[in-house]
Each structure stands twice: as C-alpha cells, then as structure tokens.
Design a protein around this ligand. Structure first.
Ligand code: ADP
Ligand code: MG
Length: 255
C-alpha cells in the first residue's frame, strides 16, 4: 500500500490515468481514472450513451484514446497507439463478451471455442478440444458442442461466447451488457455462469443494467455520466446512499 492507502502499482491489473477519448467533436471519456485489482469484480453503470462501452473497449485496445495512460497487467497502451506490441499481448490476456454474441456462424460450438487457443496460443487440437469440452461443461452446454450457433438459444450462445473467451485463459474479463439482447427467461442462466466465474476469483469489469446482480456480485460499482466517473463505491454504499445528485437521479430511474 502507498501512504494514501491505494494499492501499489504492481497490485493493479488495470490502471487508467486521465484517459480522454474523443469521437470527432464528441468528448466521450473525460479524465477517466480507474484502477482494478486482481480478483475484483467491478460493475459499470450509467445511462445509454454515457461512455460505458467506450471505456471498456479502451481497456483492450478496441478503441484508441487521445490522452492519458492505460496499463493492463503491466502492458502499456499509449494515446493513438494502434499497433503496439502491448496491444497484441492485451488482446490475448483480456477476454471480452459482447451484447451480441459475435460467435463464428460457420463453426460448430466446439470449434468456436478451440479456434483462438490453437491460432493465437499454438495449442494442438487435442489440448484445445479437451479444454473446450471442459469449459462447455462448466457453462452447462456440453451437449450442444457439435451444433452451430444458429441452432442455439440466445442464452446458450452467450454461454458459448463466455466459454470461448475463457479458453484463452484470460487474466481479465470484460463484459459489455452481456444479457441485454436476451429474452428475460435466459438472463438468469448467463448471470449464473458469470456469478460462478466471479466466485472462482476471475477479475471482471461488467457493464450491465442488472442492478440486482450488481449488488450481489460487485466488489465496486462505478457510475459514469457523460463520460465522467461521478462516483464509485461498494454496491450497498452506492445503491443505498449515493452521494451525488446525478447518481441519485439515475438510480431513481432504474431501481
Ligand atoms: P454507452 O455504452 O454508455 O451507451 P458508448 O460508449 O457506446 O455509450 O457511447 C458514448 C458516446 O459516444 C455516445 O454519444 C455514442 O453515440 C458515441 N459513440 C460511440 N461509438 C462511436 C463511434 N464509433 N463514432 C462516433 N461516436 C461514437
Ligand atoms: Mg454500450
């Protein structure tokens, strides 16, 4: 610990300092300071268009930023940094699950899961298949392994997407509204799989509107408004006694 009681840098898996991001005229992220410790589960909330997706996409280099500093597991992303070596490493170490599952439609469920470990990590087919089978079992869809994504329900597809990300043995998992495209009856099965992952100690940053889930699973909730982090706190603190008027008015609309 440093004197100000924040963890020392080595204990952080994500460190964002004064990150600013523009889309043309639009200032989407404003002086974002955010740190994540290994094993932490951080939920990001905020209105549509507030910059939540952009924030987490910056962390795995899917979006460039114009000013500030991001470090992910010791790999530094720089402003305007498109093709750095660190970016390749970060892409390998950070798993992401999107709202739209983004599975490869022409590949079986199992092949969706084995592809990246074989291509990027150089695993052989036997090892990749063994891992895929184990992960599909873990998310409860081992029996669907030979099907194609289009033959699965949305909830099953999202669990395949989760297994696919986990196959790369990520150090950090990012989730961008993973249940927003799902029929209500399928939300629970995806949240259950995420809850299990959190329980096993995975470091996770989750953008979600599922406030009950956030309250239960998050170590910390971050509220973002118009590109700024307005407030962050443990879920019971943030939900039960938000300090800022912006947070209060957002929560009064969604809770
Ligand atoms: P959220 O995920 O909180 O809904 P986003 O991060 O997707 O918000 O978007 C933040 C703002 O940036 C919005 O005003 C959105 O319209 C804008 N935006 C997002 N992506 C792009 C893009 N590729 N080009 C231009 N503007 C964008
Ligand atoms: Mg979004």
């Amino acid at each position: 610990m440093n004197r100000d009681n924040t963890p020392s840098d080595a204990a952080l898996i994500v460190q964002m300092e004064k990150v600013n991001k523009h889309f043309g005229e639009l200032h989407v992220l404003k002086d974002i300071d955010l740190t994540i410790r290994p094993g932490e589960v951080v939920v990001v909330i905020g209105a549509s268009g507030s910059g939540k997706s952009t924030l987490i996409r910056c962390i795995n280099g899917l979006e460039e930023f114009q000013a500030g500093h991001i470090e992910v597991d010791g790999n530094e992303l720089l402003p305007y940094g498109k093709s750095s070596r660190a970016l390749q490493t970060i892409r390998t170490e950070v798993g992401m699950v999107f709202q739209q599952f983004n599975l490869f439609p022409h590949l079986s469920v199992r092949d969706n899961v084995t592809l990246a470990p074989m291509k990027v990590r150089g695993w052989n087919l036997a090892d990749a298949t063994e891992t895929a089978n184990r992960l599909l079992e873990r998310v409860g869809i081992a029996d669907q392994a030979d099907k194609y994504p289009s033959q699965l329900s949305g909830g099953q597809q999202q669990r395949v997407a989760l297994a696919r990300a986990l196959a790369m043995e990520p150090r950090l998992m990012l989730f961008d509204e993973p249940t927003s495209a799902l029929d209500p009856e399928m939300i629970g099965e995806v949240l259950d799989a995420m809850r299990e992952l959190a329980r096993e100690g995975m470091t996770m940053i989750i953008v979600t509107h599922e406030m009950g889930f956030a309250r239960e699973v998050a170590d910390r909730v971050v509220f973002i408004h118009r590109g700024e982090i307005v407030e962050q706190a443990a879920p019971d603190v943030l939900f039960d006694s938000p300090q800022h008027e912006r947070t209060q008015s957002f929560l009064s609309r969604v809770l």
